[in-house]
Design a protein around this ligand. Structure first.
Ligand SMILES: Cc1ncc(COP(=O)(O)O)c(C=O)c1O
Length: 431
């Protein structure tokens, strides 16, 4: 394999190597990829380049047998006895401990259940209640809408002022107003730009003025190392349908550091979080452990699917996943710089490896139409208003060669202008 086209002699045994140097590099990267075999753990159609696993991960092969067993044998035959016989009751905690292992948390601090939006509400209220008398809740003005809407809702509920600022502005803001800030709620990776923030530094900064830190890990868990215990995080939440491949609508999780579990006061006091759930008392007493963060009956079908999906991570080092993810995103940034800039495409994801998650967002005119045209050609990414084509690069199952193919299709669509056909501009309900 060569990096550049070479001259050939007419009787050379090998065909002339006129290969694109970026493709040659992608092929070499695949040949060197120690994680290449992990793709076997997933059902992925061969004719699709799936660059949207940061929105909905593909189907891990372990899921179907697990869900079939749950439905046929456990639900179908063992019926309600399964709550004990198959320990359905303990599942939120067991899956929580599995998730804890992916975010640098010791067991007993994570419980699985409900949606990220619900967990954000739980976490932000609990965080603010840990600092009574303080009047401000901070969120990122570029945070995912739910994070911002729920911060506003928590502000109204608790009578707090909600301030929006970028994580880079935190230190300066706290230097002036730190004593008034109850809690800071940021996402570790910006869902739109893919910017990765420094969890240790921001948590330290928040703590220095006595504020409680809430992390949203939706775009980080399963894609890059997270060290919640090490950075002394307080509370965190995240979803499981992106890089964890838990399936559509799979349950979220909440992390509450051990040191807060005795004082924390969660707002959603459902019977599952009671110290004695089957005592059926009329007043609520929270469990002393992380079990207090349970709310109602767990969604067993999707939690079992998630548990099976997590087996795709068995024996896989997050550090290696991160290294491959950075190589993939670098490949895409290089491609965009060399071949897409002439179409007015701008890379908005940070170029410094330490500052980016596992996605590359490209700003371009008519990004929505480009995204639809790509999908028609079997390259699936997504659009984020107003002008971003967002491409995700989960390292578990993507090859460098197929990523190159996807980018090549993007270059072709931009060059031939086919995305301008009116049908590509028609907005679907989900973009
Ligand atoms: C960063 C972030 N936070 C929160 C959410 C909301 O999650 P859910 O719709 O599962 O409540 C999302 C959804 O994509 C997200 O990306």
């Amino acid at each position: 394999m060569t990096d550049s086209p070479t001259a050939t002699t007419p009787d050379a045994a090998e065909p002339p190597d006129l290969e694109d140097p970026l493709l040659a590099a992608a092929r070499q990267a695949d040949a060197d990829d120690e994680l290449a075999g992990l793709r076997e753990r997933f059902e992925l159609p061969d004719d699709i380049v799936y660059l949207d696993g940061n929105s909905l991960g593909p189907l891990p092969k372990a899921v179907l047998p697990a869900v079939t067993d749950l439905v046929r044998r456990q639900w179908g035959q063992d019926l309600i006895t399964s709550w004990n016989v198959h320990d359905w009751w303990g599942l939120p905690r067991r899956v929580g401990d599995q998730l804890a292992g992916l975010i640098g948390a010791a067991p007993g601090q994570v419980v699985c259940g409900d949606s990220t939006s619900v967990q954000l509400f739980q976490a932000m209220v609990a965080a603010c209640r840990l600092r009574p008398g303080r009047s401000m809740l901070l969120t990122d003005g570029a945070n995912f809408p739910s994070d911002q809407y729920l911060a506003d809702s928590v502000g109204r509920l608790l009578g707090l002022q909600v301030i929006r600022l970028h994580p880079s502005e935190l230190a300066a803001f706290l230097a002036e107003h730190g004593a008034q800030v109850a809690a800071v709620s940021f996402s570790l990776v910006d869902y739109r730009t893919g910017e990765l923030f420094d969890a240790a530094e921001l948590t330290r900064t928040a703590h220095a003025c006595g504020a409680v830190m809430v992390w949203d890990l939706c775009h980080a868990i399963g894609a890059l190392p997270v060290a919640l215990d090490e950075v002394q995080a307080d509370l965190a939440v995240g979803c499981s349908y992106k890089y964890l491949n838990g399936g559509p609508g799979s349950p979220a999780f909440i992390y509450i550091a051990h040191r807060h579990q005795r004082q924390v006061e969660l707002p959603l006091t459902g019977w599952n979080g009671h110290r004695e759930p089957f005592g059926l008392n009329s007043s609520y007493v929270p469990a002393e452990s992380i079990e207090q963060a349970r709310i109602g009956t767990p969604t067993l079908l999707s939690m079992v699917a998630l548990q099976a999906a997590l087996s795709a991570f068995d024996g896989v080092s997050i550090a290696r996943l991160r290294a491959k993810s950075l190589a993939l995103t670098q490949q895409v940034i290089d491609f965009a710089d060399q071949r897409l800039a002439r179409f007015g495409v701008e890379v908005v994801t940070p170029r410094q490896p330490g500052l980016r998650g596992s996605q590359v967002s490209l700003r371009m005119p008519e990004a929505y139409s480009v995204c639809q045209a790509l999908i028609e050609r079997g390259v699936i990414g997504d659009f984020r208003a107003p002008d971003l084509l967002r491409l995700g690069f989960p390292p578990m199952y993507l090859s460098f060669t197929e990523v190159h193919r996807g980018m090549q299709v993007l270059a072709e669509i931009l060059a031939d202008g086919s995305y301008r056909e009116p049908r590509f501009a028609r907005r679907a309900a989900v973009t």
